[in-house]
Structure formats: C-alpha cells, structure tokens
Ligand binder design. Sequence first.
Ligand code: CMC
Length: 395
Amino acid sequence: TGFITLDSGFMNTGSCESRITYLDGENGVLRYRGYDIVELAENCLFVEVAYLLLTGELPTYEELDTFKYDMGKFALIHEDMIHFFDHFPPHASPMSILSTMVGSLHDFYPEMDREEDPYGGITTTTARLVSKIRTIAAFSYKKNMGHPLVYPRADLSYGANFLNMMFDRPNMPYKIEPVLVAALNKLLILHADHEQNCSTSTVRLVGSAGVGLYPSISAGINALWGSLHGGANVAVIRMLESILADGRDFEKYISMAKDPDNPYRLTGFGHRVYRTYDPRAEITKKICHDVLGSLEIEDPLLDIAMELEQRVSEDEYFQERNLYPNVDFYSGIIYRAMGIPTNMFTVMFALGRLPGWIAHWQEMNSDKDSSRIGRPRQVYQGIVNRPFIPLEARG
Ligand code: CMC
C-alpha cells in the first residue's frame, strides 16, 4: 500500500479524460461541448441540448426533427411494465420506482443493448431511454395519486408532453401553460450534465464493469437520490418550510449550520467545485421570479429563500468557505409553481441529468483507457495478520 495516495471524497483525483463538460469552479463557468450554459438555456430546447451532449454537436433542423420524431415515437412503455406500478406500496418513493423501472428496461428491450449506432452518437437505445424516462416519471405520479394514466402524445413537445401526462385528468383537462413549459425546458437544460459528479461517476464506474446502459443509469438514479446530491432539492424545500413554520427564525438555522459540533447544513448552499456563485443557480433564481411573477403566484418560500440567501451572503462563516447558493436552492420553488409535488423533485433532476449520464456512459465505452474497469485502491488500516482462533477456544 506504500504507493497509494489517499484522496477520500476524490477531492483531487481525475478519474477519466472527458470531452463533454467544461467546469471552471473559480469563475463559475459551465459549458457543454464548449457552449456556455447561459446561451444554451436562453436559446435551446432541452432536446437540442440532449442531442448536443450525446453527439457532440448541436443538431441541424433536419437532425432535430428526426430526434423529436423519435421522442414521440418511443414515448410509450411496454404495457407489461405498467403492472409493476400496481405492486409498489402506495407511498413508494418515486426515485425507487424510477430506478427499478429504468433497470427493468434492460429486460423489456434486451436487443437494444447490442445494436449498431444508426445516426451520429444516438442509438435507438439512448433515444428510447430519453423519451421513456419521462413517461415512467409521470406514471409513477399518477399511480401515487391513484389516478388513471395519461398516455404520451406525439404532437406535444418534450416538456409539454411530460406536464400533460402528469396533470391531465379525464374530468379536468390540463391547460398547458407556455410559461411553465419554457421554465421546465430551461431547468432540464441546466441539469443536463455536470462532469464527474457522484451520480455520473457512478454510471461510469458501474458501466466500466461491462454493465449495459439501463442498469448503469439505474445505479446513477440511486446515487442522485442522496440528500447531498440531487436529493438536496427536496431537502431545501423542507428547510424553507421549517424556517417558515418556526416564525422565520433564520438565526436558529444559520447558527446550527455554523456549529462545528452539529452536522446540520443549510441545504442548497455550497458545492465541491464552485468557489463562487453557481451559474445555474443564477438562472434558476431568475426563472423563479419570472414564473411566479407572470403567473401571479405568491409563494412565501420564495421570500424565505431570498432572505436566507441575503443573510448567508453577509455572514463571515459562509464567506470564508465560499458557500453560495447551488442549483438546488431555487429549483424547487419553480417545481412547486408547476404543481409538482416535493417528493418528485429529484425525479425532475434525473430527467434533466439523463443525457449527461448517457453521454458519459458512451464516452467511457468508446475510450479504451477510460473503459478500463474502475477499481480504486485503499489505504488499509486494520490488523494485518492474526493467528486463527478456533471456535471452541473463543470463550
Ligand atoms: N452549510 C454549512 N456549512 C457548509 C455547507 C452548508 N451547506 N457546505 C459546506 N459547509 C462547510 C463544511 O462544514 C466545511 O466547513 P469546515 O471547513 O469548517 O469543516 C466546509 O464548508 C467545506 O465543506 P465540505 O463538506 O468539505 O465540502 P464538500 O465539497 O465535501 O461538500 C457539498 C460539498 C455540496 C456536499 C456541501 O457543500 C453540502 O453539504 N451542501 C449542502 C447540500 C447541498 O446543497 N447539496 C447539493 C449540491 S449541488 C447539486 C448536486 O450535486 O446535486
């Protein structure tokens, strides 16, 4: 073990070479395939960005039309998969449903893991997964509500289709609100990739053992679930609700987070890589104001969030440690405005992150060095050698 360098939490270990996402944490810069996240979020559809991540290039009109057509064509899930939903307990977590169902795609569509790539970086397998995950997510919500399933419609855009499957009811047709569709589109783009974060590294590591796309993504979904990662968007709302219920006692929460003897943290602040404001958080904050403003929604949690951010920005503890809002801080308030329940927020993150996960899985498999099985070493600290004690001699 003498040659092994310990780097717990992988603070400074590059696990692969990658050409997908550029992240400059000192200056708050995030680029997918060289394109700035701000420009992509302002100008693109989520499916265009998914195409960019998967193929390396933004699509032409024709390529985009083909991809959109595939999104419509592949949106149904095998009817036998629908029976699965019936056998989860009524309050099953949508994240466990999502990972189970995505893993099971491997069995429903086994031939697809062995196919040829029909057009520049997007296989039928990957296109199907990007389309079907939305149907699975919406169906899990309908089952949770005990409502009839609403099937996907090929005439709707990616985001509109998802919102319609979530909220349309036989007795109350859903009115698709363009402001919400636009906000969802931006949110999905902002979440689409973030280089070697915990879930993406998981997808690559699991995939490096020779596991197919669907089970690798299923593993990534489980990693994302954690409250220090994608689960933070749920924890943020719970925290803001508690501050509100506690009569806006901000100091109580800030002091708990600063106390070295208390593991409590202000969720939605801090990041492993950013030492400045997370560029995604800046955009989510703006979307939050735009959506609530244009739909005339009053959400007390937005006031709480803004005041908390203000107080944190003035506090030395947070300044010294470069702790700023991250992508999860404002996103939940936007999901609330859409009517998405809190326990689905991390599922929303997964829908956005999916193209990034797939792009990394593909990159890992196409690069000889990166596709070597991931196998970290350890620094062993236990007893090295002991004389064996037979059972009868152990007292
Ligand atoms: N509240 C209070 N103190 C914090 C926070 C926080 N949110 N985040 C970090 N710190 C402190 C931490 O206690 C440590 O202080 P000290 O040096 O005195 O021991 C210092 O800042 C450095 O923290 P760290 O834990 O070494 O940093 P890390 O890079 O290992 O962790 C993090 C990054 C994101 C897990 C962490 O900042 C955190 O727990 N934040 C809250 C959870 C959260 O919002 N997660 C979402 C991250 S962004 C989206 C995603 O990845 O899914």
